[in-house]
Design a protein around this ligand. Sequence first.
Ligand SMILES: Nc1ncnc2c1ncn2[C@@H]1O[C@H](COP(=O)(O)OP(=O)(O)OP(=O)(O)O)[C@@H](O)[C@H]1O
Length: 320
Amino acid sequence: MIELSHVSKRFGDDIAINDISLRVPKGKFCALVGTSGCGKSTTLRMINRLIEHSEGDIILDGQAIDAYDPVKLRRRIGYVIQHTGLFPHWNVARNIGLVPRLLKWSAADVQARVEELMALLGLPVGEFAHKYPHQLSGGQAQRVGVARALAADPDIMLMDEPFGALDPITREKLQDELAKLQARLHKTVVFVTHDMDEALKLADHLVVMREGRIVQQGSPLALLQQPADAFVESMLGGLERGLKQAALTRVKDHMTSLGPTLPAHSRIPAVFTLRQALSMMLRDHSDRLTVVDQHDVPIGELSLRRLIKEAQLDKGSAHE
Ligand SMILES: Nc1ncnc2c1ncn2[C@@H]1O[C@H](COP(=O)(O)OP(=O)(O)OP(=O)(O)O)[C@@H](O)[C@H]1O
């Protein structure tokens, strides 16, 4: 668990972080979002002591970070940055094995771990182990960066705009892969991004920052349902907020029981989202869908009217 309690950071007379408090339970994914210069990266770097905080407490697994040796602390925390930070004159395998080697693992253990991680990140050993960073695409290099951060199996991962420099398609693919990886590995993650859609897709806990302060934090759905002010609402996409909310809400949570009328022609699995339901209704020109379970057996229905109400698509934006 990571806990920040009334933390501030001053650079000379300037206050970059102003009294923030934040808790990331073990195994949860926290995204920090906000406009440029609001203090996201500083917050991240205070957690691994690349930057020392000025006031307040930062606690990792019950112990204040000041009590840890900074070098040892950084070795137990994975850190991924936008431009990978790979050593250009080291090949992929050597880059990934960096921290285990620093921790004095045996050569055989390092090699086994490197191969395991390359498989996990979709980098075939035969093809990539001996390549150098300049021979990789942006997406491949970023995968190597993630593999390197995971190498010593840290509980905590800090990720600073890891996909910021990638094209939209590669970026989406890596987001999906990260979501799958997280579902398997359950790391405690703090993830910095400019991209609200990326944050909504990945985070359990969303933190919106502005000028060194936290303006609002909570689950993505809670923020979409009730943004604290016009700034948070504009960060969440204003008029598109309803659609984003629909993308986080499952059909099964809003279907009604099967009515006496004949089931609707179009069927949707209960685990699909309300946004997918809306797309299906538009595609099929229908205002009603039959909801089916994993065996394609009808278990309920969803009407357009209900979908609009549940996703609050009828509310528009209070601040626009
Ligand atoms: N080493 C430093 N010395 C002085 N000021 C700094 C230093 N590092 C950051 N700052 C200032 O602290 C504030 C927060 O910067 P930070 O990099 O944390 O913002 P950010 O939200 O990550 O921005 P971006 O999204 O543009 O990367 C900025 O005003 C920045 O100029």
